[in-house]
Design a protein around this ligand. Structure first.
Ligand code: NAD
Ligand SMILES: O=C(O)C(=O)C[C@@H](O)[C@H](O)[C@H](O)COP(=O)(O)O
Ligand code: ZN
Length: 361
């Protein structure tokens, strides 16, 4: 078992990385005091893992109520939230009970938002089942749903009371979704740690990593994220915004393609290449650094090009949460492991966009 403590000014919680249910129960007893859990999952995770998960909760004598939302980005909606409020009330969930987000990042983000707002806030626990959720979304308390005009537009910061990461859930995850998680993992290397970049370059084989490396990668990723969130929980000082590297472009791309073409991590991979192109264009990084970023993304075998309307992408990026008065803020790379946050003029962004999306060819 490995444990990471997240020490925020107003709250402390643990990330327990362990394949043992006993470790989970020990941590659970410490984290929350209730006999009733409201388990929120999606239709795929329900089929694959819900029976196992609820079985051992019931064996411990807990009351378990269940709510299942649609799988995938379509489930990250106000409709799902509304469904959860009704379901919880019907099931008699009260303020002292605890929600459990049992699934990928979509379930985690929606369940977190639900927990933050149901009866003005109840406890919740994250039990992530995808590599992306284990290395990024289950930690740090960003919760959200999408609206028609944009990704994660409605949400709150609301920290979980415990995160239990059991990498055995990954045995049923498709290769595409493993790779999806790799994008956010690679993001930590580009933004925080040259050594981790070296480790990933050596470890990535045939575009993926071996399951034997999961626990180490999960531990490293959660550590980077926990340390940043501790210093800037609500993205006020700008430190946390580094975790948004590649996301200004990625969220616009996901919105423009209506969540049908790219998974979040796939969009982030292309977004990171766009950001490094912008870094090179602005002479913030050297050509070697650009090459270093491109090489690792290629090693992970991501699709790195996309044909999109540059003006539409620009207008979507202006709606990013980091944008102010129509000025778009980017997290750029100076060197592997070193970032700079800066507003970039719209005409510069548009020009790089036109080259990137093939409009200038
Ligand atoms: N809050 C944050 O800090 C944060 C960070 C990164 C990403 N996100 C959000 O997370 C979402 C992406 O998360 P995701 O990639 O986990 O997507 P997801 O939750 O849609 O899960 C991906 C797919 O895998 C299935 N699945 C889940 N666990 C499985 C398992 N063990 N075996 C087989 N299938 C399984 C799901 O049903 C779904 O179809 C995006 O909405 C993104 O914006 C949030
Ligand atoms: O935790 C963060 O902070 C992140 O930015 C992590 C991102 O990987 C994640 O996709 C996040 O949901 C993006 O947040 P947003 O504020 O750009 O919606
Ligand atoms: Zn992300």
């Amino acid at each position: 078992m490995k444990q990471i403590n997240v020490n925020l000014k107003t709250k402390k919680y643990d990330i327990v990385i362990s394949q043992s249910e006993n470790d989970f129960f020990t941590a659970l007893e410490k984290a929350v005091k209730t006999n009733t859990f409201f388990v929120i999952t999606d239709k795929n995770v329900e089929k694959l893992h819900l029976k196992y998960f609820t079985h051992f909760l019931k064996q411990k004598g807990f009351n378990v109520k269940i709510a299942v939302i649609n799988a995938g980005e379509i489930g990250k909606s106000i409709k799902s939230l509304s469904f959860l409020y009704d379901k919880a009330l019907e099931a008699g969930i009260d303020r002292k009970n605890c929600a459990i987000a049992f699934g990928g990042g979509v379930v985690g983000d929606v369940a977190g938002f639900f927990a933050a707002t149901y009866m003005r806030g109840i406890n919740y626990i994250q039990v992530p089942t995808t590599l992306l959720a284990m290395t990024d979304s289950s930690v740090g308390g960003k919760t959200a749903v999408n609206i028609k005009g944009g990704k994660n537009i409605a949400g709150v910061f609301y920290q979980p009371d415990l995160v239990w990461i059991n990498s055995t859930f990954l045995s049923t995850l498709t290769e595409r979704h493993i790779k999806n998680g790799l994008a956010e993992i690679i993001k930590y290397a580009f933004t925080f740690d040259k050594k981790f970049y070296g480790y990933l370059s050596d470890t990535l084989k045939n575009g993926t990593v071996s399951p034997k490396d999961f626990d180490y990668i999960i531990y490293q990723s959660c550590s980077y994220k926990a340390r940043v969130v501790e210093k800037d929980e609500k993205e006020i000082t700008g430190l946390r915004a580094v975790l948004n590297f590649g996301h200004t472009f990625a969220h616009a791309l996901e919105t423009a393609t209506k969540y049908k073409k790219f998974l979040h991590g796939e969009a982030v991979a292309i977004g990171m290449l766009f950001a490094i192109k912008l870094s090179l264009e602005l002479r913030i990084c050297k050509p070697e650094t650009y090459k270093g970023v491109e090489n690792l993304l290629q090693k992970a075998d991501f699709t790195l090009s996309t044909k999109n309307n540059a003006r539409q992408m620009l207008s979507l990026m202006k709606k990013d949460k980091k944008s102010i008065d129509g000025n778009i803020k980017f997290i750029l790379i100076k060197d592997i492991g070193k970032t700079v946050s800066t507003y970039v003029k719209n005409n510069v962004v548009l020009n790089v966009l036109k080259n990137f999306t093939g409009e200038n060819k």
